[in-house]
Write a new protein. Structure first.
Length: 273
């Protein structure tokens, strides 16, 4: 029993692979879903060639005059990063020429269809361990990563989803505090906030029915730009959430638990001494 409890324990500093293994250990007989995919440049980067040169010149002049630290401190009033936020997010500044707009729209609406059907797979909870996940990662082609999906099935074949989310804020104490408040207001008080590199991921530990999962996703969309609106849109189209577990290419940071959320209601009546 003690070994089983240790296998289910979730703590700060644990890798996302260990977290997923602990989630699986908490649900004997359940089936969980994974997918592998190739790390590619984001669609927003593909829009860069369509940005008006005059607009970029003006921004470069502003960055050089005011300084990057000051720009970042403005929190998005001006694009904070020369290579990240200048693109579709600057459309309201009339940054894209009308002649390039149709091509830009095609990029913005692009969605990889069928990835789950082609490269997705299921594993029973008893098969999911850190060592089995490591073997899968080692077998992947170059520049591919392993990812965990929200979709899971009970032994009675009921389809559920773990609440999962991709936030779009820097992983620091200030934004961790904001993310925790947001999750509390969303009713997500049992889970893990994972530092994924330049942002946060969230793994909820209490599975939701399909309808409740969609409502969770929609409510998270109301929190944009703190949440990643494009991530939410793609996940709703696909019908499940996906969060990266391993590293490859530009995704070089190992996702690691930064904060564990514990529902105090679950601790009522327990001896915490």
């Amino acid at each position: 029993m003690i070994a089983d409890q240790a296998q289910c324990e979730i703590s700060t500093g644990m890798s996302a692979i260990d977290l997923v293994s602990a989630i699986a250990a908490r649900h004997p007989g359940w089936t969980f879903t994974f997918v592998t995919f190739e790390v590619e440049p984001g669609s927003m980067e593909a829009i860069r060639p369509h940005i008006n040169p005059e607009f970029l010149d003006s921004l470069n002049s502003l960055w050089d005059r005011v300084g990057n630290d000051t720009i970042r401190g403005l929190g998005g009033i001006v694009p904070r990063d020369r290579n990240w936020e200048v693109g579709w997010n600057s459309i309201l500044a009339q940054s894209i020429d009308e002649r390039s707009f149709a091509a830009s729209i095609d990029i913005v609406l692009r969605h990889e269809e069928g990835r789950q059907a082609i490269r997705g797979f299921e594993m029973e909870s008893g098969q999911i361990t850190p060592s089995s996940m490591a073997r899968i990662v080692e077998s992947l082609p170059r520049n591919h990563v392993l990812a965990f999906c929200s979709l899971c099935k009970t032994p009675d074949h009921e389809i559920l989803h773990l609440p999962m989310m991709d936030f779009r804020c820097a992983p620091n104490p200030y934004f961790q505090s904001l993310v925790r408040i947001c999750l509390d207001r969303l009713g997500q008080r049992d889970g893990a906030i994972v530092k994924s590199g330049r942002s946060y991921h969230f793994y909820g530990l209490k599975p939701l029915g399909v309808g409740a999962w969609r409502e969770f996703m929609a409510r998270c969309l109301l929190l944009a730009p703190l949440t990643d609106a494009r991530y939410i849109a793609h996940r709703l189209v696909e019908g499940l959430c996906v969060l990266r577990l391993s590293v490859a290419g530009s995704k070089s940071a190992t996702p690691t638990i930064d904060c564990v959320l514990t529902d105090t209601a679950d601790l009522a009546g327990k001896n915490l001494a």
